[in-house]
Design a protein around this ligand. Structure first.
Ligand code: RAM
Length: 923
């Protein structure tokens, strides 16, 4: 019978064939694709990097097995390419490298627009055509590029204080009119704020970015945005208008003891640079000629608490020329701080990425509740009938209590409510601007009740940093697929400019421990290299003199101490990024930080045993000591992370060719590991002196801290702990991500599958059985029997336990890097009950890899896609006594695929780029 999968195979074959035919007919290879600069930017405007790297992908084709050479040309004008590159001509370089190639040309400057092309040669030395011309334009790279001054009104002077005694700053409306005597041929707006802003020119919104400029270490660096506003500027009279609110800079943040002065009134910095049709330049800057007022419609705007919008105060056309601002006051100006760097944003802005429509509405005592069926983060847009003078109240909740009541207790002190006051009868449209909420349910009250509520009154706009998805994972099991979806939604909800612990309560901070555990999984699901590289810059900037990494980055506590397992984000994430990307620049940038962090470990230890403060195995279930920090000793945890960070720093040194440092940190790792073993493990490999927990064994095994003779026993003791827990996990934030790694490496795949597919508490599926659509902070944040967890911290959107996603991609579906950047790919799925199929795809720096397996009628099928310029080691894990088929024929070594070995573990093959279908049939 003709199977559907065969059909797919035929389609692939056809595609291949057509590519070959088209190549042949043109006589040269298809050009390189997906050209990007630095951490994956495509034709960026306002780019941050004057020393970029270049990357491209070879198109999928039978002609492209690997690259043998490349040639990059870079010029100041597209007309000069490819023949007259005036900035850089790499010349033909014999090299397989197709990613992260450093620019080697003339120095580049602020504002410069640069064009580039690349061509490559394949393994047979056939040349491709030149690629399309790509470009990037630098933003303002130095503080000295700014002629503008910070401007704004003194909104602190009334000293109105809200929750947590935080100063309430009224939203500012700032404007400036200016006249131009000729047409503009090009205009760039460079802009940023202390606070968050929204800017319009001549009544048009400049961009759809939200919450700009984002959250950085404001005492060290503020990011700036660049917009092409050529089409918004007219000859003659023009107006620029900026709305400005507190945001992260001057608003309420948990603790609020920030290293920057968060009591100052929000301010904006804007510089509009224009080239006129006669070639002359004009510049308009924020200065004392700007005017402002605070009595506009947005009366209140706060991240945790929400907005109050009074439509009676609207000022139609205030960002156009048709507005009289004579009652407005002159702004105050402040000079640019020399010690705070102004740098182009180094990742993408927050945008509305997904729109969700309510699936259900229910009336609830004059209020109506809209169910989006998905816990999300962002804002609603409401289109609701109202009566003049009435106030629409918009409340949010992540879940309803069993009796249908809104559950908002877990927002803690975050009011998380928006209000809209209507100025006339009729349908109003409103979307909050300078806040965001974490919610699945939206409750409206105060609307015109003569109308029957309708689902289309509300939509959920999902906000997160503007990155694309990067991978897919799916399987034959609905709950596992729901887990994957919950992981992805946890990512979306907590990647709003910085990686946060949670997106809804009075916290939403860049908790380093949470980032450390979830970072690796995020890299499979989303294209987040820029996002992490940017946040790591903040981590470097936030690092204290003695090497401590604050608990949260940017720091809002300022208590000057680090936590083990949390601060180690600075060694773990760069290394994980390097393994996924193969880009050594992430290691170079962060190497000093890692070394400084090791000094802090040293400072916080005696005889190599750590006494660093630690949040430890945070939220471990069933803690015997009743503590949120779990039972695992903080000394054991600190020492384990000390050794692990030393080991990673040694690996980084090796990758950077720093042999002296490599030796130094390898020795440090060995010394700390020995101290760890002597202090915490007896000669049988059992934990001594401190509590024996699953996590204590997991750390010892995952970080390779025991001598060979103790390892096997330690593993046995770990298994005993798991059996004692009725084959359930007993791990918190730090232990959970190590479970799959350790059980997998010690050959306990069956047990790992058991833990993953457990339905009862504590397990991943437990929350799914209680209705979770995101990952929860606790294994039991809610249960149908007992209701909501009464603890103070109970986020329903907390990504940490989503760290299992890495294992789902790497081992259930089976895609992992064997060499950094997936230059060599390991395809080694681990099929097991109850799954009958699983598949994943991943965009690697070289192109898309995929691995899909299915077990049917005893046959094991594995379809694999290997991108050009890589090689793969493929393990077919079953039926090793049977026949192996490749693309429907009995397997024989070909030029493309070679059998390396037939072992206990299955067939081991090496495969060149291509699309393959392996089938193993039992005898
Ligand atoms: C909580 C955060 C976070 C955790 C810290 C220790 O407040 O939500 O998840 O890392 O505490």
């Amino acid at each position: 019978m003709f199977k559907k999968s065969n059909f797919k195979y035929l389609v692939y074959a056809f595609l291949f064939l057509s590519v070959i035919i088209s190549c042949d007919s043109k006589g040269s290879l298809e050009n390189a694709q997906d050209l990007t600069v630095s951490e994956g930017f495509e034709n960026p405007l306002g780019f941050y990097d004057a020393n970029p790297t270049f990357s491209w992908k070879l198109p999928v084709s039978e002609n492209n097995i690997s690259q043998s050479a490349y040639h990059i040309v870079v010029a100041s004008s597209p007309d000069l390419l490819p023949g007259n590159a005036d900035l850089w001509d790499s010349e033909k370089q014999t090299s397989e490298q197709s990613i992260w190639i450093s620019y080697g040309g003339k120095p580049l400057e602020s504002r410069q627009k640069v064009y580039w092309q690349v061509k490559y040669w394949n393994q047979d030395n056939e040349a491709s055509k030149w690629s399309e011309t790509n470009h990037f334009e630098l933003g303002l790279l130095n503080n000295s590029d700014w002629k503008a001054q910070w401007v704004g009104l003194d909104t602190a002077k009334d000293s109105i204080r809200g929750k947590g005694k935080v100063l309430i700053h009224k939203t500012q409306y700032l404007r400036k009119g200016f006249e131009l005597s000729s047409d503009v041929t090009s205009a760039r707006l460079y802009i940023t704020s202390k606070g968050v802003f929204d800017v319009s020119i001549n009544g048009e919104n400049v961009s759809d970015d939200a919450m700009s400029p984002g959250f950085t270490t404001y005492d060290k660096r503020i990011e700036t945005l660049t917009y092409d506003v050529t089409n918004l500027i007219e000859s003659g009279q023009n107006t620029i208008g900026v709305e400005l609110a507190s945001g992260w800079h001057s608003g309420r943040l948990l603790w609020g003891t920030t290293p920057w002065d968060n009591t100052i009134s929000p301010k904006v910095l804007a510089q509009l640079e224009m080239t006129m049709s006669d070639g002359s330049k004009e510049i308009i800057v924020s200065d004392d000629s700007w005017k402002g007022m605070t009595n506009g419609p947005l009366q209140f705007a706060e991240i945790y608490d929400g907005e109050i919008y009074n439509a009676n105060m609207e000022m139609p056309d205030w960002t156009t020329n048709n507005f009289d601002d004579k009652t407005w006051t002159k702004v105050e100006v402040a000079a640019i701080d020399t010690n705070v760097k102004l740098e182009p944003k180094r990742h993408t802005s927050v945008k509305e990425k997904v729109e969700l429509a309510p699936q259900n509405i229910t009336n609830n005592d004059g209020a109506v509740v809209f169910d989006l069926k998905q816990n999300m983060v962002g804002v609603p847009v409401v289109n609701v009938p109202m009566k003049k003078g009435d106030t629409l109240k918009i409340r949010f909740a992540e879940m309803l209590s069993p009796d249908g009541a809104f559950y908002t207790k877990n927002y803690r002190s975050a009011h998380s409510t928006d209000y809209y006051i209507a100025s006339k009868d009729g349908v109003i449209e409103y979307k909050p601007k300078f806040t965001f909420h974490g919610f699945r349910y939206v409750e409206l009250s105060g609307f015109d009740t003569s109308n029957e509520p309708s689902k289309d009154w509300v939509k959920g706009l999902v906000l997160y940093s503007d990155f694309d998805d990067n991978g897919t994972f799916t399987s034959s099991h609905d709950k596992l697929n729901q887990l994957q979806s919950n992981i992805v939604w946890g990512l979306r909800g907590n990647f709003l400019d910085i990686p946060t612990d949670c997106p809804q309560r009075d916290e939403r901070l860049g908790w380093t421990g949470d980032a450390q555990v979830f970072g690796p999984t995020s890299m499979f699901n989303a294209d987040v290299y820029k996002f992490w590289a940017s946040w790591l810059q903040s981590v470097r900037e936030a690092q204290l003199e003695d090497g401590a990494i604050p608990w949260t980055v940017p720091d809002s506590r300022g208590n000057k101490i680090g936590s083990s397992g949390w601060g180690d984000v600075c060694t773990i994430i760069p290394w994980k990024i390097y393994m996924r990307t193969g880009d050594t620049s992430i290691l170079e940038e962060n190497f000093d930080m890692m070394q400084n962090w090791l000094k802090y470990h040293e400072k916080r230890s005696k005889d190599y045993i750590s006494n660093m403060m630690s949040f430890s195995d945070w939220l471990q279930p069933y803690p015997e000591n009743g503590n949120t920090r779990g039972d695992t000793s903080s000394k054991l945890i600190g020492t384990a992370f000390y050794a692990h960070s030393a080991k990673l720093t040694a690996k980084v040194a090796e990758a950077l060719g720093k042999t002296k440092e490599q030796a130094k940190y390898e020795e440090l790792y060995a010394t700390v590991a020995k101290a760890f073993e002597n202090k915490f493990f007896d000669e049988t490999g059992k934990v001594k002196e401190v509590a024996e927990t699953q996590t204590s064994y997991l750390l010892a095994l995952a970080f390779d801290l025991l001598s060979e003779d103790k390892k096997a026993n330690a593993k046995k003791f770990l298994l005993v702990k798991i059996v004692e827990a009725d084959n359930h996990l007993r791990t918190g934030f730090l232990g959970t991500p190590l479970l799959s790694e350790v059980l997998d490496e010690t050959g306990e795949i069956d047990l790992m599958y058991k833990l993953l597919f457990n339905e009862t508490y504590p397990s991943w599926f437990y929350s799914i059985n209680q209705g979770a659509t995101t990952i929860w902070e606790r294994w039991n944040s809610y249960s149908k029997e007992e209701g909501f967890n009464p603890m103070n911290m109970n986020s329903l959107n907390h990504y940490a336990y989503g760290a299992i996603g890495q294992w789902m991609y790497e081992r259930i579906a089976g895609i992992a890097p064997l060499e950094a950047g997936y230059k060599v790919i390991k395809i080694a799925p681990q099929p097991n009950e109850p799954l009958t199929s699983a598949s994943a795809s991943l965009n690697t720096p070289y192109g898309k890899v995929s691995s899909s397996w299915e077990i049917k009628d005893g046959e094991f099928d594995l379809e694999v896609v290997i991108p050009p310029n890589t090689t793969a080691k493929v393990t077919i894990p079953v039926n090793r006594l049977g026949e192996l088929m490749l693309n429907g024929k009995l397997f024989e070594d070909t030029n493309q695929v070679k059998l390396l070995s037939t072992t206990e573990a299955g067939f081991e093959l090496s495969a060149k780029p291509g699309i393959y279908k392996f089938t193993s049939i039992p005898k």
